[in-house]
Design a protein around this ligand. Structure first.
Ligand code: FES
Length: 98
């Protein structure tokens, strides 16, 4: 259990423990929360979520996600749930803030 990553979702305060490398969409699914997605490749920008804590514990965005975030003009605490993967916990994500 020690290598699992704790991810909390606001505002529902649901907490899950997932394997490193899990996307935020998959973590949300494990928590019973649906995060609406489109392309699932970091291109369409359907699924921004706010990282309230632990942004440095997520893997850095790849080129596609980075480009989409820049195009959308989102503040730096936002990531695309389909593309952001967890590395270590704890991580706190706020849904529905965009
Ligand atoms: S689903 Fe398209 S960017 Fe995440």
């Amino acid at each position: 259990m020690s290598d699992l990553v704790e991810v909390s979702f606001l505002p529902d305060e649901k907490v899950v423990w997932v394997q490193p490398g899990t996307t935020l969409v998959a973590a949300g699914d494990a928590a019973g929360l649906e995060i609406v997605t489109g392309c699932t490749r970091g291109m369409c920008g359907t699924d921004p979520v706010r990282v309230c804590d632990g942004s440095d514990r997520l893997a850095p965005p790849g080129d596609d996600e980075k480009g989409t975030l820049e195009r959308m003009g989102l503040p730096p605490e936002y990531r695309l749930a389909c593309s952001a993967t967890v590395r270590q916990g704890p991580i706190v994500i706020e849904l529905g803030s965009f």
